[in-house]
Write a protein that binds this ligand. Structure first.
Ligand SMILES: Cc1cc2nc3c(=O)[nH]c(=O)nc-3n(C[C@H](O)[C@H](O)[C@H](O)COP(=O)(O)OP(=O)(O)OC[C@H]3O[C@@H](n4cnc5c(N)ncnc54)[C@H](O)[C@@H]3O)c2cc1C
Length: 275
């Protein structure tokens, strides 16, 4: 059931944000006698264009299996071995799934694939969803929380006994400004292919300018390359040939020559703490 009209009724639990956290919570609560509602800013059926790839642990897989969505996620690549090394140092450490008694250590998948599977599962459940609903206000009353949201340019309100804020951390930031510690580094994210990929193996390499991770995904690797902000700004300006060459210099020969590189994205790294 889609709740698309102005909802002045009382609900028991309102979940603000239908991303991975909000949608997973709604699915976990589905089937309870409580009246639950998810408010999501994205339009219904709007495809997510988020560029990020996610590395999920085996424990997350078990949770998603319990929610009935794991088998519905497309484009999942497994990690069975993790190779850890430090630049300019001797030796390396290997973690293998078999030694931990798990079939896989983790998985790499696109954020939209997880989002789509969760959104799809919600459509078949009993939890009410309000799409295109951008929450602008959350206030506490004696017995309830009052949520103000905009949908199609119209203001609405919703009363709830419990409000769960799962919007990625923006809504409460104005009211309760978080402290922020800048790590002084950014992460450059992209997809590369290489001459000698190692099946199901992720690499974590510590270097003086920051760690670089290669996460096995489809025909190559998702790269997370960290460096001080000014250096990442330079890296973003490299053309493909220079990028592939510099990555080879930085990472070494473990997967052979790097052959192709996709679109680059960049995220500043920091620690945000709610008060
Ligand atoms: C580059 C990058 C790489 C990452 N890699 C990993 C990884 O490898 N593994 C991992 O576990 N995590 C990773 N993360 C973190 C992971 O993406 C987040 O932990 C996760 O997305 C949090 O989910 P969420 O549902 O809380 O928030 P979000 O994913 O931010 O979703 C929030 C949802 O709320 C909606 N929303 C926002 N504001 C409102 C509003 N006002 N009203 C209504 N709806 C609203 C949004 O449309 C969205 O659907 C990474 C993050 C980044 C940036």
């Amino acid at each position: 059931m889609d709740a698309t009209s102005n909802n002045t009724e009382l609900c028991d639990i309102a979940i603000i944000g239908g991303g991975p956290v909000g949608a997973a919570l709604a699915l976990a609560l589905g089937g309870s006698p409580l009246k639950i509602c998810v408010l999501e800013a994205r339009a219904a059926n709007a495809a997510s264009t988020d560029a990020r790839a996610l590395a999920l642990s085996y424990g997350s897989r078990l949770l998603l299996e319990r929610l009935g969505v794991w088998d519905k996620i497309r484009d999942v690549s497994a990690i069975r071995t993790i190779h850890i090394s430090q630049k300019q140092s001797f030796g390396r450490a290997l973690l293998r799934a078999g030694e931990m008694n798990v079939p896989e250590l983790g998985y790499v998948l696109p954020y939209p694939a997880l989002q789509d599977a969760l959104t799809d599962a919600l459509q078949h459940g009993t939890v009410a969803r309000i799409y295109g609903a951008s929450v602008t206000r959350l206030a506490g009353e004696a017995e309830h929380a009052l949520i103000g949201y905009q949908q199609g340019g119209v203001d609405h309100t919703l009363r709830t006994r419990l409000a769960v804020v799962a919007d990625g951390g923006k809504l409460l930031a104005e009211q309760y400004p978080p402290s922020f510690h800048d790590y002084g580094q950014s992460a450059l994210i992209t997809h590369v292919t290489c001459a000698a990929p190692r099946a199901d193996t992720a690499f974590e390499r510590f270097t003086p300018q920051g760690p670089v991770a290669l996460l096995p995904f489809k025909d190559g690797y998702e790269i997370v390359w960290t460096a001080p902000h000014p250096r990442v700004a330079e890296m973003l300006a490299w053309d493909d040939a220079q990028f592939l060459n510099e990555l080879h210099q930085h990472f070494g020969d473990r997967v052979g020559e790097f052959l192709t590189v996709g679109k680059r994205a960049c995220f500043a790294l920091g620690l945000k703490k709610a008060p």
